[in-house]
Write a protein that binds this ligand. Sequence first.
Ligand code: 0O2
Length: 216
Amino acid sequence: MDNFKKWKDFLLPYKFALDELQTKINIIAEEAKFMNDYNPMEHIKTRLKTPQSIMQKLKRKNIEPTLDNAKMKLFDIAGLRIVCPFTTDIYIIHHQLLKRTDINVVEVKDYIRFPKPNGYQSLHMIIEVPITLSTGVEHVYAEIQLRTLAMDFWASIEHKIFYKYGKAIPAYLEKELKEAAHTANLMDVKMKRIHEEVKSIKQENDDEVYLYLQQP
Ligand code: 0O2
């Protein structure tokens, strides 16, 4: 079998897993909008790791770069990122995913409560998705990353600059990176507080209008 066909066959179930997951996540968002008039997700992004990136990751982890090892030892070949307005939304979606019976949550890495040393924050969920193919059911691993907009801003820029830089980052830059993550975190906290205050002002106004309308 030529190399291209081999990779195409290997990656196909991961693509299907992403298609299925995306549909499930869209339904969660649609239902929330319908029930609460609020969407806990800003945007969703999916990506399949490239063959080159799969092999590089195996080598980085000192694992022999074979397709079998990729299948058994890498859990983020299929990746889905959910970017939320607020941290509270992340944990709400996380709980909804934990309750589902059509996927199996294998591992949760909470880099929000316990950020990485460089300041990276996100909630990672490794899940197993059953995919029904003509040949039978295949169980495929996928990684869901949940982040706020501020965390995503930090992580996306950091990924461009440093992630996989391959060398030790100078200490003063590492410190600045951490400070930037802290600033992103402060912004999350501030925006959440403003949101809560606006909600309570709106509630007071609605209550006043209601009482006014109740008057004889
Ligand atoms: P890419 O290019 O995004 O695909 P481990 O549990 O440590 O053995 P792993 O898989 O490295 O193995 O787990 P981890 O730490 O949960 O990282 C998984 C993914 O999270 C990474 O995938 C990144 O997408 C993201 N990530 C983790 N740490 C950082 C970080 O410090 N900065 C940024 N920007 N992203 C991070 P890949 O395959 O490493 O990279």
